[in-house]
Design a protein around this ligand. Structure first.
Ligand SMILES: Cc1cc2nc3c(=O)[nH]c(=O)nc-3n(C[C@H](O)[C@H](O)[C@H](O)COP(=O)(O)OP(=O)(O)OC[C@H]3O[C@@H](n4cnc5c(N)ncnc54)[C@H](O)[C@@H]3O)c2cc1C
Length: 426
């Protein structure tokens, strides 16, 4: 698989991964075609985090100028079931200084930077993908007309999210790669301010196996995340989100949570899903590659979905630009470069879940001491240790492109050793 005469790439999915990849590959001289199953752009607006790994990539992709940190700096509160307010922890206390915004901000930035002449076909999905050494034949179904046609591409990127069609057509069924963490997530925008809170003040309500987070911003209304443990995802999904959430949070919730749940009931744009990770031994097969949630969904608990998608697109496009004639080795090297970071984000998604949904009363007790501990230097050191600050900064704030491509031979060697260690640990 060398010397490419044509460079047509099909990008499946017009989320953040898809748009960033299409833009970067266009910069590298490719001709992208984007197909999106939905009939229009998906503008959903729940809370997302942008760490430096994502900001560095967003800057190179031209997106950073459209983005800003919306994080409210007001101290957060922790609510009790009886409605009492105590000092709480919030994303402001998280190591790594992430920027806070909503998914729609990043989607908008990616769209603003998408070259206008890239062909976008809405209501279109792949139904068959067949490849040989020289190219990929993809059958595309247009749901509006009900017609199918088969086209040839040099490369296919599956950027079609956690339940990726490209993955199921080329790599195998969802069950093989989806790893449920055993938690549900409801996320939605809250118009105004939840009852009992001041504007701009974030809040948590945490009990063993369930948690509510009100993410407050400086310059827009808050967004909400409700998350809880379950042994039966299918049962949770079988009824309306608000019914499942009400059952999970029990009788007599604090008034703020009542208000939040009433809003969930009327929310048109909310999301209600299980928290699943995608774990795969490889992200490419021949000329088909997965990128973003389709390849490695790390879950909301890691806070790295957007950052890793942007970093993946940035690295892939740069590598293809530098080595346009050897696709197989670029895809292999790209994967080798991304793996150690994604492995860490996935570990963080599992470990940091307890930050959002605690396991036990003991954890809650310890956590309540943290805002007090944060007042002393020693206490801050303990918090940094508990929150794995060093690793967060090393991996979530990594400038992945320069670390993978620009590091010294010694650094690259260390990165490969690290990767092997992680693989054998898995
Ligand atoms: C509640 C919640 C909170 C989150 N919070 C954070 C956070 O704090 N920080 C963070 O970094 N990330 C967060 N994420 C994750 C983040 O939004 C994604 O990881 C990131 O946007 C990358 O997504 P993606 O483009 O790979 O996939 P998606 O955003 O899922 O986009 C996939 C696109 O492909 C389309 N598609 C699907 N199937 C097909 C098909 N067959 N054919 C054509 N098109 C198709 C879809 O319609 C969609 O437009 C959160 C996710 C959730 C659910």
């Amino acid at each position: 698989m060398d010397q490419m005469t044509s460079r047509r790439v099909l990008v499946v999915g017009m989320g953040i991964s898809g748009m960033a990849t299409a833009k970067r590959l266009r910069m590298a001289g490719w001709e992208p075609v984007i197909v999106e199953r939905a009939s229009a752009r998906r503008l959903g607006g729940y809370f997302v985090v942008l760490f430096e790994a994502g900001r560095a990539a967003a800057e190179r992709l031209g997106m950073l100028k459209h983005l800003h940190d919306r994080k409210s700096l007001q101290p957060g509160v922790d609510l009790t079931r009886s409605g009492k307010h105590r000092p709480g922890l919030s994303y402001v206390d998280m190591p790594g200084q992430p920027w806070l915004m909503v998914r729609g901000d990043v989607e908008q930035a990616a769209f603003a930077e998408l070259p206008a002449d890239i062909e976008v076909r809405y209501s279109t999905s792949p139904t068959e993908i067949v490849q040989d050494a020289d190219g990929v034949d993809v059958t595309l179904l247009d749901a509006r007309t009900g017609t199918s046609s088969t086209e040839r591409f040099d490369l296919v990127i599956g950027a079609d999210g956690i339940r990726s069609t490209v993955r199921s057509l080329v790599f195998g069924p969802h069950e093989k790669f989806l790893h449920p963490l055993g938690y549900m997530i409801a996320a939605f925008e809250f118009p105004g301010t939840p009852e009992g809170l001041e504007p701009g003040v974030g809040a948590t309500f945490l009990e063993p196996d369930r948690g509510m987070w009100v993410y407050a911003f400086t310059d827009r209304d808050p967004t909400i995340m409700l998350s809880y443990r379950t042994d039966d995802v299918a049962a949770e999904r079988s009824r309306p989100a608000v019914e499942s959430v009400r059952a999970a949070f029990g009788a007599n919730p604090p008034q703020t949570l009542v208000d939040v749940m009433n809003t969930l009931e009327s929310s048109q744009t909310g999301l209600f899903d299980s928290a699943d990770q995608v774990r795969m031994p490889t992200w490419h097969k021949g000329r088909v590659l997965l990128l973003g949630d389709s390849a490695w969904c790390v879950t909301v608990y890691a806070g790295m979905g957007v950052s890793s998608a942007l970093a993946g697109a940035d690295l892939l496009g740069t590598m293809l630009e530098q080595n346009p004639d050897d696709l197989e080795s670029v895809l292999t090297e790209w994967e080798r470069g991304m793996r150690p970071y994604v492995a860490y984000y996935q570990e963080s998604g599992v470990k940091d879940r307890a930050f959002f949904v605690p396991d036990s009363k003991l954890q809650l007790l310890l956590r309540r001491l943290l805002p007090l501990a944060g007042r002393t230097r020693f206490g801050r050191r303990v918090i940094a240790k508990l929150l794995n600050a060093e690793d967060v900064i090393r991996y979530k704030n990594a400038n992945i492109l320069t670390e993978v491509l620009g590091g010294s031979p010694q650094q690259r060697k260390e990165s490969q050793v690290d990767q092997r260690a992680r693989h054998s640990a898995a």
